[in-house]
Design a protein around this ligand. Structure first.
Ligand code: ZN
Length: 442
């Protein structure tokens, strides 16, 4: 390989609270970390609005990306010298691990929903476009940026390489589960990664786990299951997410109406007009976004002003957990009552659903993009994990969904339209619509 494969004279070491140390020996990796597109990830939180629920969750995509790189580096150490492993793909794996989240923007989830954009598309733009990342990657070879993008998009021809970064047990998940547990301070999310790494083996088209490591993998799957429900889908985080989406939605509506903003939404207009440049996208991070929210607290428009004040001062919507059918039945009536009470239901009455599949085995024809986990049995055969593990079998392919209704509870207590407000409360607090307990299968 060309100059991109140079080894640094002295190893660079980052202190990391999750993996203790992150080791960089390749000049390319060190230079990628120094690009402005990678440094931008310092200004994008890993868990979006979760910091409003778990105040420790201020860690960024920068921390996480370095962590995924480090896990990938250690997987490769285990693979080196084994059959099916091609040492020439080492730098490709490390670069893809480091850059896999490079296209994320501020509060990605809400932005993607409101503006119909997606971070995968921006990832490709950053890797292939006129960027510092692209310049560094090209020094390895003209087709190297393309290969890195293919690995991240899971279209690269060597599926072993793809599985190391996106399967149901990959460097990405192993980092974020541990990192998110560490920074939120919850007691879930921990598992024996050292053990899993020691028993990972390269096969022709995927990384597999030696049979002896099955219990460590069970632990990993359970920790993932718990993290989803205790952290990722936390209803308070969702409430903040709902308000954030509504702010973006409101700004978009006002922009199209020709509303005269005190603080013009400069950085966002590319989204509204559908002509956002790569340069414009890269300028947008969470510091910039929060600056606008700060300023919009003083806007003339009452809804935008209120929503921004709610987000900045953490005055979130309340929620009730509802039976989906009940909400659908009462939906029109609820909207009418909100309108009569002069509370705009477009912004102040929101249904939000979360669902997760804790582990899924392979079902041909379905669009589950993550590969299942295979165990390498003593006689050399492969077996899909849920066929061997009772614990995993019990939760396999079971999708759990819950529906919540968000609304500003304190607005229902203000003077005026008391009758309608009472009727709204009667519906929202109606025992028939409430779900009794958790409903694992949705
Ligand atoms: Zn990631």
């Amino acid at each position: 390989m060309a100059s991109g494969n140079r080894i640094l004279k002295e190893e660079k070491v980052f202190k990391d609270p999750v993996h203790r140390y992150i080791h960089i020996r390749d000049e390319l990796i060190w230079e990628l970390v120094g690009t402005k597109e990678f440094q931008r990830l310092r200004r994008i939180r890993q868990l979006g609005t979760t910091f409003l629920t778990f105040h420790g969750a201020e860690h960024t995509r920068f921390n996480h990306s370095l962590g995924v790189y480090e896990i990938m580096r250690r997987i490769i150490e285990v693979f080196q010298g084994r059959p099916n492993w091609n040492e020439e793909e080492r730098l490709l794996c490390l670069s893809a691990a480091l850059l896999h989240d490079i296209g994320h923007g501020p509060f990605s989830h809400s932005f993607e929903k409101v503006f119909h954009t997606d971070h995968e598309w921006w990832t490709r733009e950053i890797i292939a476009g006129d960027t510092e990342v692209n310049q560094k990657l090209k020094r390895v070879g003209d087709d190297f940026p393309q290969k890195v993008a293919d690995v991240i998009e899971k279209t690269y021809q060597n599926k072993l390489v793809v599985s190391m970064i996106s399967s149901q047990i990959d460097a990405d998940r192993m980092d974020y589960l541990q990192r998110d547990a560490f920074y939120t301070g919850v007691s879930y999310g921990h598992f024996d990664m050292e053990r899993i790494l020691r028993v990972m083996r390269p096969m022709e088209d995927q990384a597999v786990i030696k049979y002896t490591g099955m219990h460590a993998v069970e632990d990993y799957i359970m920790s993932r299951y718990q993290m989803y429900w205790q952290v990722y889908f936390h209803p308070v985080t969702r409430s903040a997410e709902v308000i954030l989406s509504k702010i973006l939605h409101r700004v978009k509506v006002l922009h199209h109406r020709g509303y005269d903003f005190r603080q013009k939404p400069g950085h966002f207009t590319g989204f509204f007009e559908g002509n956002l440049s790569l340069e414009g996208y890269l300028e947008l991070d969470e510091s910039v976004t929060l600056y606008y929210f700060q300023m919009w607290q003083k806007e003339e428009d009452e809804i935008l002003r209120d929503l921004c004040q709610r987000f900045m001062n953490r005055r979130l919507f309340k929620y009730v957990e509802f039976d989906h059918n009940f909400v659908m039945r009462e939906w029109t009536r609820l909207q009418e009552l909100f309108l009569k009470a002069e509370i705009d239901p477009d912004y102040y009455l929101v249904v939000d659903s979360s669902s997760d599949l804790p582990y899924d085995f392979y079902r041909p024809g379905e669009e589950e993009e993550r590969m299942p986990i295979h165990l390498l049995m003593p006689e050399g055969k492969l077996r899909e994990l849920s066929r061997e593990s009772d614990v995993v079998e019990a939760i396999s392919g079971k999708k759990r969904t819950d529906h919540k209704l968000y609304f500003p509870a304190e607005l229902l207590e203000t003077p005026g339209h008391e009758e309608e407000k009472q009727q709204i409360k009667d519906i929202l607090l109606h025992p028939e619509g409430k779900t009794e307990t958790e409903h694992p299968d949705g």
